[in-house]
Design a protein around this ligand. Structure first.
Ligand SMILES: Nc1ncnc2c1ncn2[C@@H]1O[C@H](COP(=O)(O)OP(=O)(O)O)[C@@H](O)[C@H]1O
Ligand SMILES: [Mg+2]
Length: 331
């Protein structure tokens, strides 16, 4: 996929936004955001701004605090300090449900679907905001129920068509191949009609062709719905290919922000994340068949991966091993 390099312009509080959205209010802005667990700061001084149609990336080693950011944004966790502004509003005191209604949607690092429900019903869960049956109409199957039901069915098919999955409406979610389950989760999030979509490792476990397709689909979703996307990913092919602004976390702190080429050429980022050599981290235990953390580093000016890797030495090709999630994402 052709890469489009967006020009970022500086904003207050050391943030950057794509030039096309420079005069617009960020859809998401955090100021001095932080949370402590047992006296230790899992996240500190986290300042970002995301513009209304930006695809932004959040990257960094395992345990850096990436999922914690999503848990704070969606009010799974309450921050120890700092402010989160969503669509210009301070979210202090808002619940996850409020945020969802206001237009924030997410997917999880570990797939969370209703496995025994079919694809259509999984998506309808996300539609609750726009489709209102009413108890009486639903129980008595009044005409207004069937009207709403028809609207919901059509909306489900429309959403599925984004990922060419219309033929799967009646399939049990748990029976779908892994890649399709991840796509279904994104569709269910889109069913809530979000302004901001948060994707936690959407390409995890996908093969290269599924990942390439996912990249195109994320861009398509942004273009079609004109929404912002923030994605956490270890697949650098995906991150560098479609993200406009990237923020790098390490030990709960932002160590860099910038465009894909700025991030790829930032020595601090290469040292902390992109350039980590496997042999430097013998303690990393990688489970059989698990993917290897950072999976790809694309060269700046259209170099092939191999050429760029050769320039930088062999160490750029390996990231740290992915650890099993040893804590819940926040249930
Ligand atoms: N609920 C929690 N209680 C205690 N520690 C937590 C909790 N959630 C996350 N952490 C810790 O915060 C750090 C960041 O975790 P996380 O945000 O999941 O990292 P990432 O998504 O970047 O891999 C880790 O050290 C993790 O163990
Ligand atoms: Mg995580």
């Amino acid at each position: 996929m052709a890469r489009v390099e967006t020009k970022l312009v500086p904003q207050p509080a050391t943030n950057y936004l794509p030039e096309r959205d420079a005069d617009k209010q960020p859809i998401l802005e955090t100021r001095n955001l932080g949370i402590d667990f047992g006296g230790l700061a899992a996240l500190d001084s986290f300042d970002i701004a995301v513009s209304p149609t930006e695809i932004a990336g959040l990257i960094g080693p395992n345990g850096a605090g990436k999922t914690t950011v999503f848990n704070l944004l969606t009010k799974v966790y309450q921050p120890t300090r700092g402010t989160i502004l969503f669509d210009g509003r301070d979210t202090l005191g808002m619940s996850s449900v409020h945020l969802s209604r206001a237009g924030m949607a997410r997917t999880f690092q570990n797939i969370r679907l209703f496995n025994n429900m079919n694809v259509e019903d999984n998506i309808k869960v996300g539609l609750h905001k726009s489709i209102k049956y009413g108890m009486v109409a639903g129980t008595l199957r009044l005409p207004s129920y069937w009207k709403q039901e028809k609207i919901a069915h059509e909306r489900v098919r429309e959403l599925l068509s984004i990922f060419s999955m219309e033929h799967l409406t009646q399939h049990r979610a748990g029976s779908l191949p892994y890649g399709a389950q991840r796509r279904l989760e994104i569709i269910r999030a889109l069913a809530t009609d979000p302004k901001l979509l948060l994707l936690d490792e959407p390409a995890a476990g996908m093969n290269p062709s599924e990942t390439a397709e996912l990249m195109e689909n994320i861009v398509k979703v942004r273009d079609t719905f004109q929404i912002a996307v923030v994605l956490i990913e270890h697949d650098m092919n995906l991150v560098m290919g479609i993200c406009e602004g990237i923020c790098v976390l390490n030990f709960g702190k932002i160590i860099a922000k910038g465009t894909p080429s700025e991030i790829q050429n930032n020595p601090v980022v290469i040292e902390a994340y992109l350039g980590r050599r496997e042999e430097d981290h013998p303690e990393d235990e990688r489970a059989e068949g698990e993917d290897p953390g950072v999976t790809y580093v694309e060269g700046p000016e259209g170099h092939s991966t191999d050429e760029w890797a050769a320039d930088k030495g062999p160490e750029v090709m390996h990231g740290e091993g992915r650890e099993e999630d040893h804590h819940a994402d926040g249930d």
